[in-house]
Write a new protein. Structure first.
Length: 259
């Protein structure tokens, strides 16, 4: 049986307090269950411990662990292509730098050659998503959704008087998930990559945003604001029975599946 992430968090605390750093990191790696399948894990931001930190969630069990435990808040992060590290913007007073969290190690500054972390800076000014070959980018601008294609230029794929935001490619890039208030509250929608066949997936009246496809393309995780908190949910493509993945009185936001 694989250890849960809650057990991982407990071991991480004890190891940090009681053991030399090298031995502590080894025990943390074992407690985390390094062989866990990628398709059930996701990272997200949470304010549960007073500032925004990066957490790792086991979507099957609903257990999570705070990875970064920073004094200053994190506000953006990015998975490495191999899913073994998380890059994030690190604040130390007025000083800002890029850091990497080794999933079964700890936090450190970016090393030369870790060019993938630079994608984090591209994601901050405009919310959007690159295609796998980085030839196309879907993004939001002034409450509408556009596609930037290196061969075809820029195409606007939504055109209405409402807010359309947070677009995200499906794994096969045939569909786009996004959030919109075109039916009242901000809900999660899916459309074809050309902007046609728009389908509404959620409709419970809460404010829902930041949709992200699972690696197998069978479900979408998103953030829902209700009851004075923000939680992570998952929904299948038929829109039936959304599932709550985090349960706390905190603000949880910006989920991202582990590659």
């Amino acid at each position: 049986m694989r250890p849960t992430l809650g057990f991982f968090a407990l071991c991480r605390r004890l190891a940090a307090l009681l053991l030399p750093s090298g031995l502590a990191l080894a025990i943390v790696a074992l407690a985390a269950g390094q062989g866990q399948p990628r398709g059930v894990q996701l990272a997200y931001l949470s304010s549960c411990e007073g500032v925004w930190d990066i957490y790792l969630l086991d979507a099957e069990r609903g257990s999570s662990a705070n990875l970064t435990r920073s004094v200053e808040p994190e506000n953006a992060f990015l998975w490495s292509p191999d899913g073994e590290q998380i890059g994030f913007i690190y604040y130390e007073g007025s000083r800002v730098s890029l850091h990497v969290y080794d999933l079964y190690g700890g936090s450190r500054p970016v090393l030369d050659g870790e060019t993938w972390v630079g994608g984090l800076l591209e994601a901050v000014p405009v919310r959007g998503d690159w295609s796998a070959d980085r030839a196309r980018r879907v993004y939001e601008l002034a409450n509408e959704i556009y596609i930037l294609d290196e061969n075809r230029g820029v195409r606007r794929i939504t055109d209405n008087d409402y807010t359309d935001e947070s677009p995200n490619w499906s794994p096969d890039e045939s569909l786009i998930a996004f959030a919109s208030n075109r039916d009242g509250s901000l809900d999660i929608y899916v459309m074809d990559a050309d902007g046609l066949n728009v389908r509404r997936l959620t409709s419970d009246g809460s404010r829902e945003s930041s949709p992200v496809w699972s690696p197998d393309g069978r479900q979408i995780v998103y953030t829902a604001q209700r009851d004075r908190s923000s939680e992570i949910y998952a929904v299948d493509l038929d829109g039936r029975a959304p599932r709550r993945l985090t349960v706390n009185a905190c603000w949880d936001d910006r989920p991202a599946w582990r590659p």
